[in-house]
Design a protein around this ligand. Structure first.
Ligand code: SAH
Ligand code: DHB
Ligand code: MG
Length: 220
């Protein structure tokens, strides 16, 4: 009942979202390549794009590319001359993403980097790639506490950090959960709560992707 209704309501708003051919084709190719269907929903992707536009983002970092669906939305939110770097550990995912990004006409703007974000984030710091205006965390949830630390190092005052999947069907409050991503997520939420250099909130969402949520963090 609930999931059915959430899906229907998402469909009701699809005219407002206007997911275009490049995004639809990206999803189709993710499916064809048998990537797991765990990317953001269309309305969530649009929200990411709008947030990037709202803050006039010129440098965006994404951690967890998959097939590049959220990447396309985020890159479309960049200001003129802006650039997006997206980090992905799986070569196969990165290959699908590069094709999807190119079809969307964004290959000159998006840099897909393959490697474990636990190594590629420090590497970005070494090469002076930051500070980023917007950072979207969406890779393995176990890694979130560490990705948060590196995000702070790659930030400036005013950087916005958005973390996906902080609710996990409500399992985030279940300390005896079987969901292996929850302990990392709880550690992340605790670290954010205790960090005086940021101001943060968490918003639960329901829709085609079930019950989950985003944390939104402003670097002070
Ligand atoms: N942002 C995408 C979904 C990402 S799914 C979207 O919304 O469309 C999570 C991705 O993170 C997967 O592709 C997975 O391979 C990648 N990932 C998992 N662990 C990682 C790590 N340690 N470093 C970099 N990427 C990782
Ligand atoms: C899942 C969903 C996500 O959005 C993600 O980034 C990783 C995993 C999931 O439903 O398992
Ligand atoms: Mg996610």
């Amino acid at each position: 009942m609930t999931q059915k209704l959430w899906t229907k309501v998402d469909a009701y708003f699809s005219g407002m979202i206007r997911e275009d051919r490049a995004l639809k084709a990206a999803l189709k190719d993710c499916k064809k390549a048998k990537l797991p269907p765990i990317g953001v929903a269309a309305n969530q992707g649009k929200m990411l794009m709008l947030m990037a536009q709202m803050i006039g983002a010129r440098k965006i970092l994404e951690v967890g590319t998959l097939g590049g669906y959220s990447t396309i939305w985020l890159a479309r939110g960049l200001s003129e001359g802006g650039k997006l770097i997206t980090l992905e550990s799986q070569n196969k995912h990165a290959d699908v993403a590069r094709k999807n990004v190119a079809r969307a006409g964004l290959d000159g703007v998006v840099d897909v980097r393959v490697g474990d974000a636990k190594e590629t984030m420090p590497e970005l710091l070494r090469i002076g790639a930051g500070p980023f205006d917007l950072i979207f965390l969406d890779a393995d949830k176990e890694g979130y506490p560490l990705y948060f630390e590196w995000s702070l190092k790659l930030s400036r005052k005013g950087t916005v950090i958005i973390a996906d999947n902080v609710v996990r069907q409500g399992e985030v409050i279940n300390t005896r959960t079987k969901d292996p991503s929850v302990p990392g997520m709880r550690k992340f939420n605790k670290a954010v709560s205790r960090e005086n250099r940021v101001s943060a909130t968490a918003i639960q969402t329901v829709g085609t992707k079930g019950h989950d949520g985003f944390a939104m963090i402003l670097v002070l």
